[in-house]
Design a protein around this ligand. Structure first.
Ligand SMILES: Nc1ncnc2c1ncn2[C@@H]1O[C@H](COP(=O)(O)OP(=O)(O)OP(=O)(O)O)[C@@H](O)[C@H]1O
Length: 217
């Protein structure tokens, strides 16, 4: 079953076409890697798929339904973008993890400290991490926090934009294993990775999506 599909996407920045007529799809249960040179627009494409950038031309569909017809909060709760450098509101890690559960779109979900703590142990952290000030986290700790927050919210598709790039190799492997379990744990889930590390792409992705600059395809 196709979960997320893009057809004929075109994006211009500052008067030049970044990509033109890009199409791709990811099925339920799949893990794909989006590959392209630096500056080809991988982040912009992931953000477009996540409903965070305007679709200038072409169409994005989730569960066969055009993105533009979805209520956006619901869409973004299902198709979630993880940036390389997450930015958090003021407060502790616990506040950061708990805050989205107050949003209407997540009203069916309940924040469970026990589940947050369980996930933290995967990264060799205990509950004391929840009391840390989110503003002073290291790059890697910020990525762990953003990853945990996303997993606790149980989206369908996770779009990972260099989302493990600041982690040490051992923690990267733990994150990969956790995400792999998450993907296969329930039907209807998929991952899309942007990673500059070919070895990581080899480990985590079943296939590659190519993003070539407009005019070179
Ligand atoms: N909001 C924006 N407005 C104008 N230009 C932008 C905007 N966001 C990104 N760009 C430009 O679009 C191009 C693609 O950026 P993007 O970050 O998507 O590339 P990328 O493939 O993810 O790059 P990298 O592999 O280096 O992370 C860059 O030239 C960038 O400067």
């Amino acid at each position: 079953m196709t979960l997320l599909e893009a057809a004929g996407l075109t994006r211009r920045v500052e008067g030049r076409a970044l990509w033109s007529g890009w199409s791709g799809q990811v099925s339920a249960g799949e893990s794909a890697a989006l590959v392209g040179p630096s500056g080809s627009g991988k982040s912009l494409l992931l953000r477009t798929l996540a409903g965070l950038e305007v679709v200038e031309a072409g169409e994005v569909c989730f569960h066969g339904q055009p993105q533009r017809t979805w209520p956006m909060p619901e869409y973004r709760a299902q198709v979630m973008y993880l940036p390389q450098r997450p930015v958090f509101d003021e407060g502790g890690v616990l506040d950061v993890l708990r805050a989205p559960f107050a949003f209407r779109v997540h009203r069916e979900r309940r924040f469970e400290v026990r589940e947050a703590t369980r996930l933290l142990t995967v990264f060799g952290r205990d509950e004391t991490f929840l009391a840390r000030d989110a503003a002073t986290l290291s790059g890697g700790e910020g990525q762990i926090t953003a990853l945990l927050r996303a997993l606790l919210l149980e989206p369908s598709v996770l779009l990972l934009d260099e989302a493990t790039s600041a982690l040490d190799p051992e923690t990267v492997r733990r994150a990969e294993a956790l995400l792999d379990r998450w993907r296969t744990d329930r039907p209807g889930r998929a991952l899309v990775w942007v990673s500059h590390d070919p070895a990581q792409r080899e480990r985590v992705a079943g296939r590659e999506w190519l993003l070539l600059p407009a005019g070179t395809a």
